[in-house]
Design a protein around this ligand. Structure first.
Ligand SMILES: Nc1ncnc2c1ncn2[C@@H]1O[C@H](COP(=O)(O)OP(=O)(O)OP(=O)(O)O)[C@@H](O)[C@H]1O
Length: 505
């Protein structure tokens, strides 16, 4: 008897069939991957299992019992926990307040001290040291993620759904998460793991189920013989091009110049320290570093969202004073948080496609938006970037995460910008879309765009960049050519270890 079975699951949203006769069978203690392209229906299936959506039809058998969930509370009561792509924690509250939220045994007599003691004991059993009284916003992204898992375990979950848990983690944090997952699995906890990163599946999963366009393709064991290409073909249903075509760079004049830029946060911490570098036309410069080492503040200073404490950033000789002025100078920005910074999620895809350039020719004539032209452009970009949607009038929040990202990347690249600032450009994208977007960035560079890429993915930085800057504790630790950058060198520099021969920028 399987630990979990989902049979004949159907779920539609209007005319979009997100799940069509899906089957899933999982054994106890397994780490089981759910694979599929962007929009294949993975999150929908998991949201059904977690009681957030009711299926149109189909059955769920858990520990051999037929179960029906009307809310996530019902699923939690049956031992199911879910860690979403976007954390569900309240940053201003303490760790323990977040842990007990909505799950207090007796809401009238809440003994937080006792709960904090029990929570600390649980955390220690997974070799985690989290202060239950510290505010969640003070935790690193990796710690917040493991807190989400601990929160589910505290509520006695023995089936965990992890929806793209590694998308925002550094390589080291990924290894810590995997260690925790293996320990949980050895203790009999069953884990459903959604990821687009195929090497991770090889590393930590025992079996996988592949979905394609809402349907189950197969369930198969992950053995050393299985390769990335095999999995990709099964996901997409045809041959996929996994290569990058990149000619050598022919850099021209500098487009972006950052000169002795420092930024001190309101809490007094110097987040960016005397940073200087330039990006020339026709060149891709990559910034790699562990999240939280000043990249966010640096990019905000360049895009005019923050004012540097000293020094400056110049685009074609002009200081980056405001976001609007930077935009007018032909700077495109794929920001780190697409939902907060790139789109208005309640608005339609068509409306989001005109954001940033709604007041410029050819979208705007005599002060009015030419909606016909705007819609034609929106449709063309969505088609080119294969955004899976019901139509331009669909709200952005109804798109799958990867399709939201494709839409933003397409919108920003379509203007042939002078400077493209791309932060985690392939975050949440499937393997085919990742390659498509990386090739589009390279094509923009061939047309003369200066590109600044920020990523925590070493592979992406190493493949895309002509030059690589490593940032640590707000400083540029090294400025390397593509051929100088090895995983080991970058890894050491990202941890603040400087070897002989690395040149500070
Ligand atoms: N609330 C919703 N309203 C309308 N359509 C939706 C909704 N949620 C999902 N969909 C649609 O259902 C399809 C499957 O989406 P889902 O989020 O399950 O895909 P996914 O495999 O998780 O994708 P990704 O890898 O990009 O996260 C998509 O076409 C999406 O637009």
């Amino acid at each position: 008897m399987a630990f979990l079975e989902m049979n004949h699951i159907y779920k539609s949203f209007g005319t979009t069939a997100a799940n069509k006769d899906v089957h899933l069978s999982v054994e106890q203690g397994e780490i089981h991957a759910i694979l599929g392209e962007n929009g294949a229906g993975k999150s929908t299936l998991m949201n059904i299992l977690y009681g957030m959506y009711a299926p149109d039809s189909g059955e769920i058998l858990l520990r051999g019992q037929n179960v029906r969930f009307f809310s996530s509370g019902d699923a939690i009561a049956q031992g199911i926990g879910m860690v979403h792509q976007h954390f569900m924690l309240i940053p201003e509250q303490t760790v323990i307040e977040n842990v007990v939220l909505g799950g207090a045994e007796n809401p009238f007599v809440l003994n937080l001290k006792e709960q904090a003691r029990r929570f600390t004991e649980l955390a220690h059993s997974y070799s985690m040291d989290i202060d239950p009284w510290c505010r969640v916003e003070q935790l690193s992204v990796g710690q917040q993620q493991r807190l989400e898992i601990l929160k589910a375990l505290y509520k006695k979950a023995d089936l965990l759904i992890l929806d793209e848990p590694t998308a925002v983690l550094t390589p080291r944090e990924v290894q810590e998460l995997f260690r925790m997952m293996r320990q949980l699995s050895a203790q009999g906890c069953t884990i459903l793991f959604i990821t687009h990163k195929l090497p991770e599946i090889m590393d930590v999963c025992t079996r996988c189920t592949i979905l394609r366009q809402g349907e189950t393709v197969c369930t198969m064991p992950i053995t050393p013989e299985v390769n990335r290409h095999d999995l990709a073909v099964r996901m997409v249903g045809r041959e996929v091009e996994l290569g990058l075509s990149k000619e050598s760079a022919k850099p021209g004049d500098p487009v972006l110049q950052v000169e002795h830029l420092s930024y001190v946060r309101p809490d007094g911490v110097e987040a960016v320290r005397d940073v200087s570098f330039s990006v020339r036309e026709g060149e891709i410069v990559g910034i790699c570093g562990v999240d939280g080492n000043g990249q966010s503040e640096l990019i905000r200073c360049i895009t005019g969202l923050l004012r540097p404490s000293s020094g400056e950033a110049l685009v074609e000789g002009k200081p980056c004073k405001s976001a609007k002025q930077v935009l007018r100078q032909g700077v495109a920005h794929i920001p780190e948080d697409r939902l907060k910074m790139a789109v208005v999620k309640e608005m339609s895809i068509g409306d989001n496609m005109v954001l940033m350039h709604y007041d410029q020719v050819p979208l705007c004539r005599r002060g009015l938006i030419d909606w016909k032209a705007a819609r034609q452009r929106g449709s063309r970009i969505c088609q080119e970037y294969q955004v899976r949607m019901a139509g331009l009038d669909q709200a952005v929040q109804e798109l799958s995460g990867g399709n939201q990202q494709k839409m933003v990347v397409g919108r920003e690249l379509d203007w042939d910008p002078r400077l493209l600032i791309a932060v985690h450009p392939s975050r949440g994208l499937d393997i085919g879309a990742t390659r498509y977007i990386q090739n589009s960035i390279i094509a923009a560079r061939q047309r003369g765009t200066a590109v600044l890429v920020v990523s925590t993915e070493l592979e992406e930085i190493m493949e895309l960049s002509d030059r690589i800057l490593v940032i640590f504790s707000g400083r540029i630790m090294a400025d390397l050519t593509q051929s100088q950058a090895t995983r080991e060198t970058l890894g050491a520099l990202m941890a603040g270890i400087k070897e002989e021969g690395n040149h500070a920028g």
